[in-house]
Design a protein around this ligand. Sequence first.
Ligand code: HEM
Ligand SMILES: *[C@@H]1O[C@H](CO)[C@@H](O)[C@H](O)[C@H]1NC(C)=O
Ligand SMILES: *[C@@H]1O[C@H](CO)[C@@H](O)[C@H](O)[C@H]1NC(C)=O
Ligand SMILES: *[C@@H]1O[C@H](CO)[C@@H](O)[C@H](O)[C@H]1NC(C)=O
Ligand SMILES: *[C@@H]1O[C@H](CO)[C@@H](O)[C@H](O)[C@H]1NC(C)=O
Length: 323
Amino acid sequence: MCIHVLVLLFLFNLYSSTSAETPLKPGYYSQSCPKAEITVREVMKKAMTADPRNGASVMRLQFHDCFVNGCDGSVLLDDTPTMLGEKNSLPNIGSLRSFEVVDEAKAAVEKICPGVVSCADIIIMAARDAVALSGGPTWDVKLGRKDSLTACQKDSDDGVPSGQSNASFLIDIFKYFNLTVQDLVALSGSHSIGKARCFSVTPRLYNYSDVPGQPDPIFDPKYKQTLEKICPLNGDENVTLGLDATPQSFDNQYFKDLIDIKGFLHSDQTLNTNPVTREYVLLYSKDQQRFFKDFVEGMIRLGDLQSGRPGEIRKNCRVVNAH
Ligand code: HEM
Ligand SMILES: *[C@@H]1O[C@H](CO)[C@@H](O)[C@H](O)[C@H]1NC(C)=O
Ligand SMILES: *[C@@H]1O[C@H](CO)[C@@H](O)[C@H](O)[C@H]1NC(C)=O
Ligand SMILES: *[C@@H]1O[C@H](CO)[C@@H](O)[C@H](O)[C@H]1NC(C)=O
Ligand SMILES: *[C@@H]1O[C@H](CO)[C@@H](O)[C@H](O)[C@H]1NC(C)=O
């Protein structure tokens, strides 16, 4: 259904859009907008000083953008009367946040180089900066993406895995995107920063395997007590808590927590249960530098996902340009 909208847009906009599958490269804007990357970084610094969680929230946008028809800024489009975008999909609604930080970065970049830098690339730069500014590694990002002409709520529902997923399901979905088991475990280490809602853990506490009243049998008992207190049955599911014990530092604490059975999401804890993924959990819990190295590789591969569809440089990340 969503693809029909795309075909229409494609026919109407053919003259003004450049075809996608652009080769990406570091320093793509070094001639056309040499201050693009530093400008985005300054906006991220300010946003994270105001609220450190903005780093995690913006980094997560890269995942939810790239897993839905490639890294094309589709996640940033607001719904229109004729298009249900991705913001209200099940994985995103009431959860994905800090869109205003991307708006701010886009406005700052438009001011110095109007119409040059894509929203899709701004997500990629900002995600890199978020990790570095949280104490994690830094890296050169490949740039040159175009922004999508449409977005699709259903593609987001289908493409972004739920926190109730198990490791074998996650291995398969990552494989579909040409990402390895190493990428899966290293990229899950992004949960070293940021917060999640009770909504994402109550099925594990009170309805495991869809059995009312049953908890996930694997929890560390003390951690489970803490979660039950913060997230009581029939309580406010919007209450948030850290995804690991140090939610403002990008470090390997997340993997240590998984080994102590103090993982928040089912999708996290299951990485320590499945023998194939557990190997990497053990490795990263002992070797933070190796985690950083593999995480960077994973982010680059995640950022390489492209749809091959036509695109543009949006003026406003929330709406397709008027044609
Ligand atoms: C491996 C599969 C993954 C699953 C199943 C998953 C699932 C989730 C869930 C359920 C939440 C909490 C949502 C809420 O309760 O509001 C979350 C938060 C988060 N995810 Fe993931 N995620 C995955 C991979 C990733 C990847 C690859 C990244 C980044 C590259 C990422 C970055 C984040 C961040 C930073 C947060 C916290 C955001 C905030 O504080 O606003 N996740 N994830
Ligand atoms: C939780 O958040 C959702 C989505 O943002 C909202 O519709 C709902 O009213 C909130 N629930 C409570 C109890 O605040
Ligand atoms: C993992 O999840 C998939 C999809 O939900 C399910 O079919 C499968 O049985 C689960 N595997 C295990 C080992 O629980
Ligand atoms: C994975 O790689 C294959 C072979 O290069 C390619 O045909 C396919 O489109 C890729 N899949 C995704 C989701 O990018
Ligand atoms: C538990 O899971 C079942 C099956 O998905 C669902 O019908 C039921 O409403 C859930 N109960 C609670 C308390 O969430």
